[in-house]
Design a protein around this ligand. Sequence first.
Ligand code: EPU
Length: 404
Amino acid sequence: MEKLIIHGGRRLEGRVKISGAKNAVLPIIAATLLGQDTVSLLDEVPALEDVTTITEVLNRLGVEAAFDAEKHQLRVDARRIGSCEAPYDLVRKMRASFLIMGPLLARCGKAKISLPGGCAIGTRPIDLHLKGFEALGAKIEIGHGFIEASAPEGLKGTRIYLDFPSVGATENILMAASMAEGQTILENPAQEPEIVDLANYLNVMGAKIRGAGTNVIKIDGAPKLVGAAAMTQGDIYVENAISEHLKPVIAKLKEAGVTIEEDVDGIRVRCDKKTKAVDIKTMPYPGFPTDMQAQFMAMLTISEGTGCVTETVFENRFMHVDELKRMGANIRIDGRTSVVEGVDKLTGCQVKATDLRAGAAMVLAGLVAEGETQVGYIHHIDRGYDDLVGKLVGLGADIQRVDR
Ligand code: EPU
């Protein structure tokens, strides 16, 4: 089994160029299914396990998709879609496979997708996605572990209000509504940067979407979309980081005593003393992102004072707490809040990546812990971080990947 071995205590310095974001690229890849006349070519696609998985999903639909991880290029020829069915073995591997439902419904008038089932960070229902499809005129049937949606006469634009600004539901509805007849008005959508990226991409494909990134999105359905070429898109300088997307994270880092300088090409992050404890509460964008919660908690474990971490987006996203405690962290869970009392130091030991972001948190903890930390279950990390080890080594970390 592969592991990461980290020797803690090194100060990181230098420049690092970040890769494209997993949660931005996956919906864009799903959207290539809408390309009817021409082939889609995506550049700067991060080399992630999840990208490989969604490419496999496309192939299973009889679409020609090929990912060149070294060149970071993906080519999708979806002019012909052979099947509208996504099986359990793939959907179970990656819940985001469900994002193909909107495009399939729009393109083929039907879709049959295995129910995603539970996952490590919570129950993660899909009711909002389905309500959206139903509002657009699809008929939904659930049975034998599958969801079947059909709209033989096509989808029709309508007004949809989301009870919660779900990222996935917003993306699925945007894709389905892009080819619906007439106008769809989506109220209380997610406003995350990945929603804007997807809308921009769909617009390049010929869709007419306005208001992405705000609390009302208007989509004028187009009869046909086409494939698009090109994808928009210590003391550390994080090249390519967009500070506008990271406002709450930057604000909290500053509150913790970190010096941050933002410029057009990226963000410089510096800190020469112990950080101070801060409280964080996760919220939909533009609130503090749930995908940074675990990593922030790792920082709080060795900060001065006590900080509270409240998770409101997912009900079970504290699995890293027990792992951090094995390294000497002082954390108490009280319902949706973890109370983190800073300790002088963490000590290296064997831990596991319980999910993707938790894995990143364990690596961060290992970088500051005394002695050797071994992080197992790193396939979770591979799902969403392109060459994390290479990037950290470039900054001076003592970290290696071993197979034992
Ligand atoms: N929810 C419902 N009904 C639905 C959909 C969602 O109740 O139909 C609830 C969920 O149970 C959850 C909350 O709404 O409590 C938020 O879920 P959302 O749909 O916004 O999340 P998602 O689309 O399933 C994406 C990312 C996650 C990220 C969240 C929040 C992708 C592929 N995944 O998930 O990424 O945490 O948005 O920003 O885009 C990660 O990268 O580690 C990760 C988990």
